[in-house]
Design a protein around this ligand. Structure first.
Ligand code: GDP
Ligand code: IMO
Ligand code: MG
Length: 422
């Protein structure tokens, strides 16, 4: 009776959607525990590419139940469109998607506040997805937020008007509100909340613990990545939720001793969207090769992702924070374009080589120290072929450094492009 967890160990986009979709057949329930439409989880269903933002990546397994947990923030307007896209693929989720009454609502004015906050920061902007994530979590923590369950209370309209008025008061200090068509945004959002009211709203914490007691197998799906965690990421260039395993407890109502396997996902290299420190970033031809070969453009915003070699000190840190029991490495195929591959094993800062991240990573430049490996240039991955020897050497070195077994490799974007390591 355990809840397994799957989460990203880097700055997001590690391939969580694809792996959850693959693992989902072993589970009865997939539950999202934090984040919101800032997430973009890509998977392929019947050969069609689908990008999910709020909806758990288990929806394409017909037997599976899905929960959007209390730790998630929901934009009713974009949620309705996302739901429709899933329905358009021919999948019926009307009796399989449950939403926690305690999940918080992103209001139209939260999105404008997000834009205002970014504009005010100027060159120090976070590079947020502008989905209203930060301001919504601020209202949650500030005890002003509106929750999904409030939608069914007679006090909702009054509470909405009050919070909107507060936001408009703040926005008076900025000239940004004029650039947003609030009435149009509200009209779309109102259609969204009407739709939300018609869905299966539950007390997610009871719902999940009851299912667990009945012996149901549950997988918690993370969004973003550990280096974007509000406490442990590269603050302030982070998102506004706890993306690490601890977030499963608060974001779903699961007691710590009920956490089982923790699958940590990493790309075979590194990417980051938005601003902030990225020690192994390559602003050169190699970085561009990674971007092109990996199709590294944001699934939510389409922005080019910053690219670099794998960062082992950062991974070791994320593994420590999450209690990772199994590592899954994705996008191995992308490295097939290189003759030689590098892995950062240490950082050089304050005149010393270190394997730990400095507190002020956002101010203090650290120089990556690399170990290089012979590549497996032009290898084409097929289901039956043995792994190239140079790849095996690379994987063994990474697993030895990190102290956690690599149990699954992803060698292409499609569902079946996986190699289980025995
Ligand atoms: P997520 O946010 O962690 O779910 O990841 P994204 O969907 O934002 O980004 C991962 C991207 O890599 C998507 O375009 C996937 O289709 C793609 N992808 C996932 N695994 C692999 C892989 O092993 N190889 C390649 N080439 N692409 C992959
Ligand atoms: P998935 O789940 C990559 C980044 C943004 C920005 C910072 C804060 O697809 O891995 P926010 O909108 O959350 O206030 O933005 O976090 N970011 C992501 N980067 N993948 C994501 O999600 C992300 N969600 C947020 O680019 O730098
Ligand atoms: Mg993504």
């Amino acid at each position: 009776m355990r809840v397994d967890v799957l989460l990203g160990l880097q700055w997001g986009d590690e391939g969580k959607g694809k792996i959850v979709d693959y693992l989902a057949h072993q589970y009865d329930i997939v539950a999202r525990f934090q984040g919101g439409p800032n997430a973009g989880h890509t998977l392929y269903y019947n050969g069609n590419k689908v990008v999910l933002h709020h909806i758990p990546s288990g929806v394409f397994q017909p037997h599976l139940l899905n929960l959007i947990g209390n730790g998630v923030v929901i934009d009713a307007a974009s949620f309705r469109q996302e739901y429709q896209k899933v329905v358009d693929t021919g999948v019926d989720i009307s009796q399989r998607l449950f939403i926690s009454r305690k999940a918080h609502l992103i209001l139209p004015t939260h999105k404008i506040l997000d834009a205002a906050s970014e504009a005010a920061k100027g060159s120090a902007k976070i590079g947020s997805t502008l989905r209203g994530i930060g301001p919504t979590y601020m209202d949650k923590i500030g005890r002003n937020g509106l929750r999904v369950g409030d939608l069914t209370l007679p006090t909702f309209e009054q509470a909405y008007a009050k919070l909107k008025e507060k936001h408009l008061g703040i926005l008076e200090r900025y000239d940004i509100a004029a650039h947003h068509d609030l009435p149009a945004m509200e009209a779309e959002w109102r259609e969204g909340i009407e739709f939300l009211r018609s869905l299966l709203l539950v007390d997610g914490e009871y719902w999940l613990n009851d299912h667990l007691r009945q012996g149901k197998r549950i997988l918690a799906e993370g969004a973003q990545g550990s280096m974007l965690d509000i406490d442990f990421g590269t603050y302030p260039y982070v998102t506004s939720s706890n993306t690490v395993t601890a977030g499963v407890c608060s974001g779903l109502g699961i007691a710590p001793q009920l956490i089982g396997e923790v699958y940590g996902i990493t790309k075979a290299y590194c990417t980051r969207v938005g601003s902030g420190p990225f020690p192994t970033e390559l602003n050169d031809e190699t970085g561009e090769q990674l971007r092109q070969a990996g199709g590294e453009f944001g699934a939510t915003t389409g922005r080019p992702r910053r690219c670099g070699w794998i960062d082992l000190p950062a991974l070791r840190y994320a593994i420590m924070l999450n209690g990772v029991t199994q590592l899954i490495m994705t996008k191995i195929d992308v490295l097939s374009v290189f003759e030689r591959i590098s892995a950062c094993t240490h950082y050089l800062y304050e005149g010393k080589l270190a394997q730990t991240l400095p507190f002020d990573l956002d101010r203090q430049p650290v120089s990556p120290h690399y170990e290089t490996f012979a590549g497996w240039a032009n290898h084409v991955f097929t289901p039956d072929a043995a792994l190239p020897q140079n790849l095996q050497i690379y994987l063994q070195a990474v697993a030895a450094y990190l102290g956690v077994p690599i149990t699954l490799l992803s060698v292409g974007p499609q569902r079946e492009q996986l190699v289980a390591m025995t």
